[in-house]
Design a protein around this ligand. Structure first.
Ligand code: B12
Ligand code: SF4
Ligand code: SF4
Length: 407
Protein backbone atom coordinates (compact mmCIF):
# COMPACT_ATOMS: atom_id res chain seq x y z
CA UNK A 1 0.00 0.00 0.00
CA UNK A 2 1.36 3.48 -0.87
CA UNK A 3 1.56 5.16 2.50
CA UNK A 4 2.41 8.85 2.18
CA UNK A 5 1.16 11.95 0.43
CA UNK A 6 4.58 13.42 -0.49
CA UNK A 7 6.50 13.18 -3.75
CA UNK A 8 8.47 15.46 -6.08
CA UNK A 9 8.12 15.96 -9.80
CA UNK A 10 11.02 17.12 -11.97
CA UNK A 11 9.76 20.67 -12.63
CA UNK A 12 7.92 21.89 -9.56
CA UNK A 13 9.35 22.89 -6.18
CA UNK A 14 8.91 20.50 -3.27
CA UNK A 15 6.41 22.62 -1.32
CA UNK A 16 4.17 23.45 -4.32
CA UNK A 17 4.05 19.78 -5.25
CA UNK A 18 3.40 18.76 -1.66
CA UNK A 19 0.54 21.24 -1.51
CA UNK A 20 -0.88 19.80 -4.71
CA UNK A 21 -0.43 16.29 -3.38
CA UNK A 22 -2.14 17.21 -0.13
CA UNK A 23 -5.11 18.65 -2.03
CA UNK A 24 -5.34 15.52 -4.16
CA UNK A 25 -5.04 13.36 -1.06
CA UNK A 26 -7.79 15.30 0.66
CA UNK A 27 -10.07 15.01 -2.36
CA UNK A 28 -9.42 11.28 -2.51
CA UNK A 29 -10.07 10.97 1.22
CA UNK A 30 -13.42 12.74 0.82
CA UNK A 31 -14.34 10.32 -1.96
CA UNK A 32 -13.42 7.46 0.41
CA UNK A 33 -15.56 9.01 3.16
CA UNK A 34 -18.52 9.27 0.76
CA UNK A 35 -18.12 5.67 -0.34
CA UNK A 36 -18.03 4.40 3.26
CA UNK A 37 -21.13 6.46 4.10
CA UNK A 38 -22.80 4.87 1.08
CA UNK A 39 -21.97 1.44 2.53
CA UNK A 40 -24.11 2.30 5.59
CA UNK A 41 -21.70 3.92 8.05
CA UNK A 42 -23.30 7.04 9.52
CA UNK A 43 -20.00 8.50 10.70
CA UNK A 44 -16.65 8.17 8.96
CA UNK A 45 -13.76 10.08 10.49
CA UNK A 46 -9.99 9.88 10.51
CA UNK A 47 -7.29 10.14 13.18
CA UNK A 48 -3.53 9.83 12.90
CA UNK A 49 -1.88 7.32 15.16
CA UNK A 50 -0.69 8.86 18.40
CA UNK A 51 -0.44 7.99 22.06
CA UNK A 52 -3.88 7.64 23.64
CA UNK A 53 -2.51 7.69 27.15
CA UNK A 54 -2.77 4.52 29.18
CA UNK A 55 -3.39 5.85 32.69
CA UNK A 56 -7.17 5.46 32.54
CA UNK A 57 -7.18 1.89 31.25
CA UNK A 58 -4.34 0.78 33.53
CA UNK A 59 -5.99 2.33 36.59
CA UNK A 60 -9.32 0.67 35.71
CA UNK A 61 -7.68 -2.74 35.48
CA UNK A 62 -5.50 -2.22 38.58
CA UNK A 63 -8.63 -1.38 40.60
CA UNK A 64 -10.28 -4.62 39.44
CA UNK A 65 -13.08 -2.64 37.77
CA UNK A 66 -12.95 -4.96 34.74
CA UNK A 67 -14.45 -7.74 36.96
CA UNK A 68 -13.58 -11.13 35.43
CA UNK A 69 -13.07 -9.80 31.88
CA UNK A 70 -9.48 -11.07 31.98
CA UNK A 71 -9.20 -10.58 28.24
CA UNK A 72 -9.12 -6.82 28.97
CA UNK A 73 -6.02 -7.42 31.10
CA UNK A 74 -4.36 -9.65 28.50
CA UNK A 75 -4.92 -7.17 25.66
CA UNK A 76 -4.25 -3.91 27.55
CA UNK A 77 -0.81 -3.39 26.01
CA UNK A 78 -2.18 -3.84 22.49
CA UNK A 79 -5.09 -1.48 23.21
CA UNK A 80 -2.59 1.20 24.18
CA UNK A 81 -0.16 0.52 21.34
CA UNK A 82 -1.95 -0.05 18.04
CA UNK A 83 1.35 -0.86 16.29
CA UNK A 84 1.37 -4.11 18.31
CA UNK A 85 -1.89 -4.95 16.54
CA UNK A 86 -0.68 -3.80 13.12
CA UNK A 87 2.98 -2.99 12.59
CA UNK A 88 3.55 0.28 10.72
CA UNK A 89 -0.03 1.38 11.34
CA UNK A 90 -0.34 5.10 10.59
CA UNK A 91 -3.99 6.03 10.92
CA UNK A 92 -7.35 4.99 12.27
CA UNK A 93 -10.62 5.22 10.37
CA UNK A 94 -13.36 5.45 12.99
CA UNK A 95 -16.80 4.44 11.90
CA UNK A 96 -20.16 4.91 13.62
CA UNK A 97 -23.47 3.17 12.98
CA UNK A 98 -26.57 4.87 14.34
CA UNK A 99 -29.00 2.53 16.12
CA UNK A 100 -31.42 5.10 17.48
CA UNK A 101 -34.83 3.76 16.64
CA UNK A 102 -38.23 3.46 18.19
CA UNK A 103 -37.37 -0.14 19.05
CA UNK A 104 -36.32 1.08 22.49
CA UNK A 105 -36.27 -1.40 25.37
CA UNK A 106 -39.84 -2.36 26.25
CA UNK A 107 -40.44 -0.53 29.49
CA UNK A 108 -44.20 -0.14 29.19
CA UNK A 109 -46.32 -2.95 30.63
CA UNK A 110 -48.56 -4.63 28.06
CA UNK A 111 -52.29 -3.96 27.90
CA UNK A 112 -52.91 -7.10 29.91
CA UNK A 113 -50.67 -5.88 32.75
CA UNK A 114 -48.41 -8.87 32.09
CA UNK A 115 -44.92 -8.11 33.49
CA UNK A 116 -42.54 -7.07 30.73
CA UNK A 117 -38.80 -7.22 30.59
CA UNK A 118 -36.57 -4.40 29.38
CA UNK A 119 -33.90 -5.31 26.83
CA UNK A 120 -30.95 -3.10 25.91
CA UNK A 121 -31.85 -1.31 22.72
CA UNK A 122 -28.87 -2.72 20.82
CA UNK A 123 -30.02 -6.26 21.55
CA UNK A 124 -33.29 -5.79 19.66
CA UNK A 125 -31.39 -6.28 16.42
CA UNK A 126 -29.57 -9.10 14.72
CA UNK A 127 -26.07 -9.28 16.23
CA UNK A 128 -24.33 -6.03 15.18
CA UNK A 129 -20.97 -7.80 15.20
CA UNK A 130 -22.20 -9.84 12.23
CA UNK A 131 -24.15 -7.19 10.33
CA UNK A 132 -21.53 -4.43 10.67
CA UNK A 133 -18.82 -6.93 9.72
CA UNK A 134 -20.44 -7.11 6.29
CA UNK A 135 -19.90 -3.32 5.97
CA UNK A 136 -16.30 -3.66 7.16
CA UNK A 137 -15.57 -6.32 4.56
CA UNK A 138 -17.00 -4.04 1.87
CA UNK A 139 -14.89 -1.16 3.26
CA UNK A 140 -11.81 -3.36 2.85
CA UNK A 141 -12.65 -3.80 -0.83
CA UNK A 142 -12.94 -0.01 -1.22
CA UNK A 143 -9.51 0.46 0.40
CA UNK A 144 -8.08 -2.10 -1.99
CA UNK A 145 -9.64 -0.44 -5.01
CA UNK A 146 -8.70 3.14 -4.05
CA UNK A 147 -5.36 2.66 -2.25
CA UNK A 148 -4.18 -0.78 -3.30
CA UNK A 149 -4.49 -2.02 0.28
CA UNK A 150 -3.99 -5.73 0.82
CA UNK A 151 -5.44 -7.69 3.77
CA UNK A 152 -2.07 -7.21 5.54
CA UNK A 153 -2.33 -3.41 5.36
CA UNK A 154 -5.29 -2.97 7.70
CA UNK A 155 -7.25 -4.51 10.57
CA UNK A 156 -10.99 -3.98 10.84
CA UNK A 157 -12.92 -4.48 14.07
CA UNK A 158 -16.30 -3.94 15.58
CA UNK A 159 -16.24 -4.19 19.39
CA UNK A 160 -14.14 -7.31 19.82
CA UNK A 161 -10.73 -6.06 18.61
CA UNK A 162 -7.96 -4.94 21.01
CA UNK A 163 -8.56 -1.22 20.38
CA UNK A 164 -9.89 1.57 22.59
CA UNK A 165 -12.77 2.42 20.32
CA UNK A 166 -14.19 5.28 22.38
CA UNK A 167 -10.80 6.97 22.81
CA UNK A 168 -10.13 6.87 19.05
CA UNK A 169 -13.64 8.02 18.29
CA UNK A 170 -13.12 11.05 20.56
CA UNK A 171 -9.79 11.81 18.85
CA UNK A 172 -11.37 11.57 15.41
CA UNK A 173 -14.21 13.88 16.47
CA UNK A 174 -17.19 11.50 16.30
CA UNK A 175 -18.27 13.01 19.59
CA UNK A 176 -17.12 13.47 23.16
CA UNK A 177 -16.84 11.07 26.11
CA UNK A 178 -19.73 11.71 28.49
CA UNK A 179 -19.78 11.31 32.25
CA UNK A 180 -21.63 8.07 31.47
CA UNK A 181 -18.40 6.89 29.69
CA UNK A 182 -20.23 6.76 26.35
CA UNK A 183 -19.02 8.32 23.15
CA UNK A 184 -21.81 10.84 22.62
CA UNK A 185 -22.44 12.27 19.20
CA UNK A 186 -24.08 15.59 18.47
CA UNK A 187 -25.92 13.93 15.56
CA UNK A 188 -26.78 10.54 17.07
CA UNK A 189 -26.77 11.05 20.82
CA UNK A 190 -25.69 7.91 22.70
CA UNK A 191 -26.96 5.53 20.02
CA UNK A 192 -23.85 4.87 18.00
CA UNK A 193 -22.04 1.57 17.51
CA UNK A 194 -18.35 2.07 16.86
CA UNK A 195 -16.10 0.21 14.43
CA UNK A 196 -12.41 0.69 13.70
CA UNK A 197 -10.10 0.26 10.75
CA UNK A 198 -6.44 0.46 11.72
CA UNK A 199 -4.46 1.10 8.57
CA UNK A 200 -0.95 1.60 7.21
CA UNK A 201 -2.33 4.23 4.86
CA UNK A 202 -1.79 7.83 5.95
CA UNK A 203 -4.86 10.02 6.23
CA UNK A 204 -5.36 13.67 7.10
CA UNK A 205 -6.87 13.81 10.59
CA UNK A 206 -10.33 15.21 11.29
CA UNK A 207 -10.70 17.63 14.17
CA UNK A 208 -12.08 16.55 17.56
CA UNK A 209 -15.37 18.19 18.68
CA UNK A 210 -13.30 20.88 20.36
CA UNK A 211 -9.63 21.40 19.75
CA UNK A 212 -8.73 20.74 23.36
CA UNK A 213 -10.68 17.47 23.42
CA UNK A 214 -7.68 15.23 23.22
CA UNK A 215 -7.17 14.13 26.78
CA UNK A 216 -8.89 12.27 29.59
CA UNK A 217 -9.30 15.53 31.43
CA UNK A 218 -11.93 16.26 28.79
CA UNK A 219 -14.28 13.50 29.90
CA UNK A 220 -17.70 15.13 30.13
CA UNK A 221 -16.57 17.95 27.82
CA UNK A 222 -20.09 18.89 26.69
CA UNK A 223 -21.94 17.69 29.82
CA UNK A 224 -21.82 21.00 31.63
CA UNK A 225 -23.24 20.70 35.14
CA UNK A 226 -25.49 17.75 34.21
CA UNK A 227 -25.04 14.59 36.30
CA UNK A 228 -28.25 12.76 35.34
CA UNK A 229 -26.54 9.54 34.27
CA UNK A 230 -24.49 9.29 37.47
CA UNK A 231 -27.62 9.69 39.59
CA UNK A 232 -29.85 7.41 37.51
CA UNK A 233 -27.58 4.35 37.53
CA UNK A 234 -29.66 1.72 39.36
CA UNK A 235 -26.66 -0.04 40.92
CA UNK A 236 -24.35 2.94 41.59
CA UNK A 237 -21.79 1.58 39.13
CA UNK A 238 -19.93 4.86 38.48
CA UNK A 239 -16.69 4.92 40.47
CA UNK A 240 -16.16 8.46 39.12
CA UNK A 241 -17.54 10.44 36.18
CA UNK A 242 -16.66 8.46 33.05
CA UNK A 243 -15.50 5.41 35.01
CA UNK A 244 -17.75 2.34 35.15
CA UNK A 245 -17.01 -0.31 37.74
CA UNK A 246 -18.09 -3.33 35.70
CA UNK A 247 -18.59 -5.36 38.88
CA UNK A 248 -21.62 -3.20 39.71
CA UNK A 249 -22.85 -2.59 36.15
CA UNK A 250 -26.11 -4.29 35.12
CA UNK A 251 -24.78 -4.63 31.58
CA UNK A 252 -21.79 -6.64 32.81
CA UNK A 253 -23.84 -8.67 35.27
CA UNK A 254 -26.59 -9.67 32.83
CA UNK A 255 -24.35 -10.25 29.77
CA UNK A 256 -20.71 -10.91 30.62
CA UNK A 257 -20.99 -12.56 34.03
CA UNK A 258 -21.48 -16.27 33.49
CA UNK A 259 -22.04 -17.07 37.17
CA UNK A 260 -24.13 -16.04 40.14
CA UNK A 261 -25.24 -12.40 40.17
CA UNK A 262 -24.42 -10.87 43.58
CA UNK A 263 -27.52 -10.75 45.75
CA UNK A 264 -27.06 -7.10 46.70
CA UNK A 265 -27.30 -6.04 43.03
CA UNK A 266 -30.44 -7.99 42.13
CA UNK A 267 -33.01 -5.42 43.28
CA UNK A 268 -31.24 -2.71 41.23
CA UNK A 269 -31.51 -4.86 38.11
CA UNK A 270 -35.27 -4.25 38.24
CA UNK A 271 -36.85 -5.53 35.03
CA UNK A 272 -33.66 -5.27 32.92
CA UNK A 273 -33.32 -8.75 31.51
CA UNK A 274 -30.39 -8.21 29.13
CA UNK A 275 -28.04 -5.23 29.24
CA UNK A 276 -28.81 -1.77 30.53
CA UNK A 277 -29.42 1.56 28.85
CA UNK A 278 -30.32 3.69 31.86
CA UNK A 279 -27.26 5.98 31.72
CA UNK A 280 -27.79 6.35 27.97
CA UNK A 281 -31.56 6.91 28.04
CA UNK A 282 -31.44 9.78 30.54
CA UNK A 283 -28.87 11.77 28.57
CA UNK A 284 -30.23 15.05 27.18
CA UNK A 285 -27.97 14.78 24.11
CA UNK A 286 -30.31 12.09 22.74
CA UNK A 287 -32.80 14.75 21.76
CA UNK A 288 -30.67 15.40 18.69
CA UNK A 289 -30.60 11.75 17.65
CA UNK A 290 -32.31 11.02 14.37
CA UNK A 291 -33.54 7.56 13.40
CA UNK A 292 -30.80 5.48 11.80
CA UNK A 293 -30.76 4.34 8.16
CA UNK A 294 -30.41 0.70 9.25
CA UNK A 295 -28.32 -0.28 6.24
CA UNK A 296 -26.00 -2.36 8.43
CA UNK A 297 -28.60 -3.33 11.05
CA UNK A 298 -31.57 -5.67 11.06
CA UNK A 299 -34.22 -4.77 13.66
CA UNK A 300 -35.84 -7.56 15.68
CA UNK A 301 -38.64 -5.54 17.29
CA UNK A 302 -40.75 -8.61 18.03
CA UNK A 303 -38.37 -9.47 20.89
CA UNK A 304 -39.59 -6.45 22.86
CA UNK A 305 -43.01 -8.10 23.03
CA UNK A 306 -41.75 -11.10 25.01
CA UNK A 307 -43.11 -11.21 28.54
CA UNK A 308 -41.22 -12.47 31.57
CA UNK A 309 -43.57 -15.46 31.60
CA UNK A 310 -42.62 -16.24 27.98
CA UNK A 311 -38.92 -16.21 28.87
CA UNK A 312 -39.36 -18.36 31.99
CA UNK A 313 -41.08 -20.97 29.80
CA UNK A 314 -38.32 -21.18 27.16
CA UNK A 315 -37.09 -24.62 26.16
CA UNK A 316 -33.67 -25.11 24.49
CA UNK A 317 -35.32 -25.49 21.08
CA UNK A 318 -37.52 -22.41 21.50
CA UNK A 319 -34.56 -20.35 22.81
CA UNK A 320 -32.52 -21.28 19.72
CA UNK A 321 -35.42 -20.36 17.45
CA UNK A 322 -36.44 -17.04 19.07
CA UNK A 323 -32.93 -15.64 19.60
CA UNK A 324 -31.33 -16.94 16.41
CA UNK A 325 -28.87 -14.37 14.99
CA UNK A 326 -29.28 -12.00 17.96
CA UNK A 327 -26.54 -11.09 20.45
CA UNK A 328 -28.79 -12.51 23.20
CA UNK A 329 -27.93 -16.06 22.16
CA UNK A 330 -24.45 -15.43 23.62
CA UNK A 331 -25.73 -15.69 27.21
CA UNK A 332 -27.20 -19.11 26.41
CA UNK A 333 -30.49 -20.36 27.78
CA UNK A 334 -29.23 -20.77 31.37
CA UNK A 335 -27.94 -17.18 31.45
CA UNK A 336 -31.20 -15.77 30.15
CA UNK A 337 -33.28 -17.86 32.58
CA UNK A 338 -31.03 -16.60 35.40
CA UNK A 339 -31.75 -13.00 34.38
CA UNK A 340 -35.47 -13.71 33.95
CA UNK A 341 -35.64 -15.16 37.48
CA UNK A 342 -34.27 -11.88 38.85
CA UNK A 343 -36.77 -9.83 36.83
CA UNK A 344 -39.58 -12.13 38.00
CA UNK A 345 -38.48 -11.84 41.64
CA UNK A 346 -38.48 -8.06 41.31
CA UNK A 347 -41.89 -7.96 39.59
CA UNK A 348 -43.95 -8.66 42.73
CA UNK A 349 -46.19 -10.81 40.51
CA UNK A 350 -47.05 -14.01 42.43
CA UNK A 351 -48.65 -15.54 39.34
CA UNK A 352 -45.07 -16.22 38.18
CA UNK A 353 -44.44 -18.51 41.18
CA UNK A 354 -45.50 -21.67 39.37
CA UNK A 355 -42.91 -21.17 36.61
CA UNK A 356 -40.25 -20.23 39.16
CA UNK A 357 -40.85 -23.27 41.36
CA UNK A 358 -40.45 -25.44 38.25
CA UNK A 359 -37.12 -23.71 37.52
CA UNK A 360 -35.97 -24.38 41.10
CA UNK A 361 -35.59 -28.00 39.89
CA UNK A 362 -33.88 -27.03 36.59
CA UNK A 363 -30.80 -29.03 35.52
CA UNK A 364 -28.56 -25.94 35.75
CA UNK A 365 -27.50 -24.94 39.30
CA UNK A 366 -27.18 -21.35 38.01
CA UNK A 367 -30.87 -21.29 37.12
CA UNK A 368 -31.90 -23.11 40.30
CA UNK A 369 -30.03 -20.61 42.51
CA UNK A 370 -31.78 -17.56 41.00
CA UNK A 371 -35.16 -19.31 40.87
CA UNK A 372 -34.90 -20.09 44.60
CA UNK A 373 -34.10 -16.45 45.31
CA UNK A 374 -37.07 -15.27 43.24
CA UNK A 375 -39.53 -17.71 44.83
CA UNK A 376 -38.44 -16.68 48.30
CA UNK A 377 -38.61 -12.98 47.37
CA UNK A 378 -42.19 -13.47 46.15
CA UNK A 379 -43.07 -15.19 49.43
CA UNK A 380 -43.53 -18.67 47.93
CA UNK A 381 -40.93 -20.53 50.01
CA UNK A 382 -43.23 -23.38 51.20
CA UNK A 383 -43.58 -24.51 47.56
CA UNK A 384 -39.83 -25.20 47.47
CA UNK A 385 -39.91 -28.02 50.03
CA UNK A 386 -39.27 -30.92 47.65
CA UNK A 387 -36.70 -29.05 45.52
CA UNK A 388 -34.81 -28.19 48.68
CA UNK A 389 -34.70 -31.82 49.81
CA UNK A 390 -33.12 -32.84 46.51
CA UNK A 391 -30.60 -29.96 46.43
CA UNK A 392 -26.85 -30.68 46.83
CA UNK A 393 -25.20 -27.70 45.09
CA UNK A 394 -23.46 -25.32 47.52
CA UNK A 395 -24.39 -22.13 45.62
CA UNK A 396 -28.06 -23.10 45.49
CA UNK A 397 -28.09 -24.11 49.15
CA UNK A 398 -26.66 -20.67 49.96
CA UNK A 399 -29.75 -19.11 48.33
CA UNK A 400 -32.01 -21.23 50.55
CA UNK A 401 -30.03 -20.15 53.59
CA UNK A 402 -29.89 -16.41 52.82
CA UNK A 403 -31.67 -14.31 55.47
CA UNK A 404 -35.00 -12.98 54.17
CA UNK A 405 -33.86 -9.40 54.84
CA UNK A 406 -31.09 -9.79 52.21
CA UNK A 407 -33.42 -10.90 49.39
C1 B12 B 1 -15.43 -3.84 28.13
C2 B12 B 1 -16.64 -3.16 27.52
C3 B12 B 1 -17.77 -3.03 28.31
C4 B12 B 1 -17.79 -3.34 29.80
C5 B12 B 1 -17.09 -2.17 30.54
C6 B12 B 1 -17.67 -0.80 30.17
C7 B12 B 1 -16.70 0.36 30.31
N1 B12 B 1 -17.25 1.52 30.59
O1 B12 B 1 -15.51 0.21 30.11
C8 B12 B 1 -19.31 -3.49 30.09
C9 B12 B 1 -19.70 -4.96 29.93
C10 B12 B 1 -19.77 -3.03 31.44
C11 B12 B 1 -19.90 -2.70 28.92
C12 B12 B 1 -21.16 -2.13 28.96
C13 B12 B 1 -21.70 -1.41 27.92
N2 B12 B 1 -21.20 -1.29 26.67
CO1 B12 B 1 -19.42 -1.90 26.17
N3 B12 B 1 -17.65 -2.22 25.58
C14 B12 B 1 -16.60 -2.70 26.18
C15 B12 B 1 -15.39 -2.71 25.22
C16 B12 B 1 -15.20 -4.14 24.68
C17 B12 B 1 -14.08 -2.20 25.83
C18 B12 B 1 -14.25 -0.86 26.60
C19 B12 B 1 -13.00 -0.50 27.35
O2 B12 B 1 -11.92 -0.48 26.80
N4 B12 B 1 -13.18 -0.21 28.64
C20 B12 B 1 -12.11 0.20 29.50
C21 B12 B 1 -12.36 1.65 29.88
C22 B12 B 1 -11.29 2.08 30.85
O3 B12 B 1 -12.23 2.34 28.65
P1 B12 B 1 -13.40 3.25 28.00
O4 B12 B 1 -14.63 3.21 28.80
O5 B12 B 1 -13.53 2.90 26.53
O6 B12 B 1 -12.75 4.67 28.15
C23 B12 B 1 -11.55 5.04 27.47
C24 B12 B 1 -11.72 6.30 26.69
O7 B12 B 1 -13.03 6.79 26.85
C25 B12 B 1 -10.66 7.19 27.33
N5 B12 B 1 -11.14 8.55 27.54
C26 B12 B 1 -11.90 9.02 28.52
N6 B12 B 1 -12.12 10.32 28.32
C27 B12 B 1 -11.46 10.67 27.20
C28 B12 B 1 -11.38 11.87 26.53
C29 B12 B 1 -10.64 11.91 25.35
C30 B12 B 1 -10.60 13.17 24.62
C31 B12 B 1 -9.95 10.76 24.86
C32 B12 B 1 -9.14 10.80 23.62
C33 B12 B 1 -10.07 9.55 25.55
C34 B12 B 1 -10.82 9.53 26.69
O8 B12 B 1 -10.27 6.66 28.57
C35 B12 B 1 -10.60 5.33 28.63
C36 B12 B 1 -9.38 4.43 28.66
O9 B12 B 1 -8.41 4.80 27.81
C37 B12 B 1 -15.88 -1.72 24.09
C38 B12 B 1 -15.39 -2.03 22.68
C39 B12 B 1 -13.95 -1.59 22.47
N7 B12 B 1 -13.18 -2.42 21.84
O10 B12 B 1 -13.56 -0.50 22.87
C40 B12 B 1 -17.43 -1.82 24.20
C41 B12 B 1 -18.24 -0.53 23.99
C42 B12 B 1 -17.57 0.55 24.80
N8 B12 B 1 -19.54 -0.86 24.61
C43 B12 B 1 -20.54 -0.32 24.02
C44 B12 B 1 -21.87 -0.37 24.50
C45 B12 B 1 -22.97 0.02 23.52
C46 B12 B 1 -22.14 -0.77 25.82
C47 B12 B 1 -23.49 -0.68 26.58
C48 B12 B 1 -24.34 0.53 26.23
C49 B12 B 1 -24.28 -2.00 26.32
C50 B12 B 1 -25.63 -2.10 27.03
N9 B12 B 1 -26.66 -1.41 26.60
O11 B12 B 1 -25.76 -2.88 27.97
C51 B12 B 1 -23.00 -0.65 28.05
C52 B12 B 1 -22.70 0.79 28.54
C53 B12 B 1 -22.02 0.88 29.87
C54 B12 B 1 -21.23 2.18 30.01
N10 B12 B 1 -21.85 3.25 30.49
O12 B12 B 1 -20.03 2.20 29.68
C55 B12 B 1 -20.12 0.49 22.80
C56 B12 B 1 -20.15 1.98 23.14
C57 B12 B 1 -20.52 2.87 21.97
C58 B12 B 1 -20.45 4.33 22.37
N11 B12 B 1 -21.15 5.15 21.61
O13 B12 B 1 -19.77 4.70 23.31
C59 B12 B 1 -18.64 -0.08 22.54
C60 B12 B 1 -17.65 0.93 21.96
C61 B12 B 1 -18.83 -1.28 21.57
C62 B12 B 1 -19.04 -0.82 20.12
N12 B12 B 1 -18.14 -1.19 19.24
O14 B12 B 1 -19.97 -0.15 19.78
N13 B12 B 1 -19.01 -2.59 27.90
S1 SF4 C 1 -25.21 0.56 31.97
FE1 SF4 C 1 -26.72 0.71 33.65
S2 SF4 C 1 -25.72 -0.23 35.41
FE2 SF4 C 1 -24.11 0.15 33.88
S3 SF4 C 1 -23.30 2.16 34.42
FE3 SF4 C 1 -24.96 2.57 32.95
S4 SF4 C 1 -26.80 2.86 34.22
FE4 SF4 C 1 -25.25 1.93 35.53
S1 SF4 D 1 -26.58 12.50 31.17
FE1 SF4 D 1 -25.66 14.51 31.47
S2 SF4 D 1 -23.75 14.10 32.57
FE2 SF4 D 1 -24.45 12.16 31.71
S3 SF4 D 1 -23.38 12.00 29.77
FE3 SF4 D 1 -25.37 12.95 29.33
S4 SF4 D 1 -24.96 15.17 29.44
FE4 SF4 D 1 -23.23 14.13 30.39
Amino acid sequence: MAAGFGGICARGGRSAVNAMDATAARTKQEILRGRLVALGFDEVRFATLAELGGERLNAWIAAGQHADMHWMERTAEKRLQPTLVLSEARAVIMLGVNYASDAAGATVPGATGEPRATWARYALHEDYHDTIKVGLNAAGNVLKEMYGATREDYRAYVDTGPVLERGWAAKAGLGFIGKNAMLISRRHGNWLFLATILTRQEFLPDAPVRQQATDFADTGLLCGKCTRCLEACPTQAFAAPGVVDARRCVSYQTIENKGIIPRELRAGIGNRIYGCDVCLEVCPWNRFAQAGRSVLLVARRELAGLTVRDVLALTPARFAEVFRKTPIKRVKLAGLLRNACIVAGNSGDVSLLESLVRLAAHESPLVRAHAVWAVRKLGGEPALASARLAETDAAVLAEYAAPVATL
